[in-house]
Write a protein that binds this ligand. Structure first.
Ligand code: ADE
Length: 234
């Protein structure tokens, strides 16, 4: 049986930020072709009072505002797709990696809560078993850009989105190593020649050179990935 298109639901105070960059290039073409679907839901539409309040000051004091649990709860109940993970991008989350991206792409879809201000009331996160996910050790001004980045990573893995499957298999993280460097014409350029081995036509030598390059760059830049790679091999 053919599977339903991957469905992303994004709860946000800025629905005009979607599809944004996901509406162009690879993801945009796939969206047009119906390989995935995107619904952005305006959280403010679920505010009950006449001022349409979505946030309030934090108990215990401190700077900033906190997103109200009751408003988000109503938005989630009205929009969440059954059986899809509910994800909240936040610097407090577990680091997103390619393994989790692959799992998400294999599933029916995701529902994403985009936070603004200081964040979301903790009770809401617990009540819905929300998965907190971080893109890295830096602070964005809201969850929208993190949601766009995460969805981009997921959508490109959906069947039919990227043409040649081999262009996915050799990438960084799929092999456990960072990728080897790439070269194209002109040669020479800027006084620098393309490495001789890549022009040799010797497939096995090219493969070996790329492997060595990938290992060297990983050792130098990402000792954490290198350790894992070595342990996996032994
Ligand atoms: N929201 C704000 N900063 C973030 C980050 N680094 N990762 C995910 N979501 C975020």
């Amino acid at each position: 049986m053919e599977r339903e298109a991957f469905q992303a639901v994004v709860l946000t105070l800025f629905p005009e930020m979607f599809p944004g960059p996901l509406g162009v290039s690879l993801a945009g073409k796939a969206l047009q072709d119906g390989l995935w679907r995107l619904e952005s839901v305006d959280i403010r539409g679920f505010a009950r009072d006449k001022h349409r309040t979505v946030d309030d000051s934090p108990f215990g004091g401190g700077a900033g505002m906190v997103m109200r649990p009751d408003v988000l709860d109503a938005a989630i109940k009205a929009s969440r797709l059954n059986g899809t993970p509910l994800i909240y991008p936040t610097p407090r989350g577990r680091l997103l990696d390619q393994a989790r991206v692959r799992e998400l792409a294999a599933g029916p879809g995701v529902t994403v809560i985009c936070g603004r201000y200081e964040g979301v009331d903790q009770r809401l996160l617990e009540a819905h078993g929300v998965e907190e996910v971080s893109l890295g050790d830096f602070i964005l001004s809201g969850g929208e850009i993190a949601a766009l980045a995460m969805l981009d990573a997921v959508v490109r893995l959906l069947p039919g989105v990227v043409g040649k499957t081999e262009s996915l298999d050799e990438e960084s993280f799929e092999t456990g190593l960072l990728e080897y460097p790439h070269y194209t014409r002109p040669d020479p350029w800027n006084g620098v020649e393309v490495p001789e081995v890549l022009k040799s036509g010797h497939h096995a030598k090219v493969k070996a050179w790329r492997q060595t390059q990938a290992e060297e760059v990983t050792k130098a830049r990402r000792p954490d990935l290198w350790d894992r790679y070595v342990k996996r091999k032994t």
